[in-house]
Design a protein around this ligand. Sequence first.
Ligand code: DGL
Length: 271
Amino acid sequence: MDERPIGVFDSGLGGLTAVRELRRLLPGEDIVYFGDTGRVPYGGRSADTIVKYARQDVAFLRTFDLKAIVIACGTVSTTALDVLTAENPIPVLGVVAPAARAAARATRNGRIGLIGTQASIRSGAYERLIHRENPGAQVLARACPLFVPLVENGRFRRGDVVIETVAAEYLAPLREAGVDTLVLGCTHYPLLEGVISACMGPEVTLINAGAEGARAVAGMLEQSDALSPSAGPGRYRYFVSDRQEDFSHLASIFLGWDVTESVGQVDISQY
Ligand code: DGL
């Protein structure tokens, strides 16, 4: 048993896809969330910058006494997981391996689509891990750089002509290639689930990297006997590096519960 909170971070709102699943699976756990809203998006940046930002995000989270850290960001998971694991004495888990495993198992026709940020797609990390599980799978990858800024600006609902136009253009080649499984390799993308599903069709299985990462963390905590003894509800604290109001508003819509009272602001450049 371990009562300490779980730290979760992302460049912005995307990591809430992991938080939502953690709360569903482990309602008694306390969570400290950091969203680097002052520097989002990470996905178009160099590996060096992503590693630098990720180290600062973790340094802030570690001002709390945590039992584990979830990198609820595909970009940081593909680029900085090894560095962060090596530098920290508590478990640090990413979202890429769990999502790759789920996709490799879900496909029936062996054609898997992968969408993510430029840095994630460039890294080749998802493909490597999918092929480790399913060597015969064909992976069609596409970077979707406009998705994160649109989500951060609240343009994630069905019927929004801007996001629907962008999604149709990004996803057309994957749909035409006949993929039966699509990895939402950036944790922001499940906020677009309705829009993406409408483009791809109901027969395509969507893999939610944030939720898969959360399931992997829950399994790890259970196996290492580190679950909280509390039945819940756990305490949730959120921190952002820019205006609290924008985050609170969109986070409350996405999570389906009000977070306004529990959002603080951090000067991340100090870490
Ligand atoms: N949620 C992050 C990811 O999973 C978004 C990265 C970005 O800020 O571009 O990749």
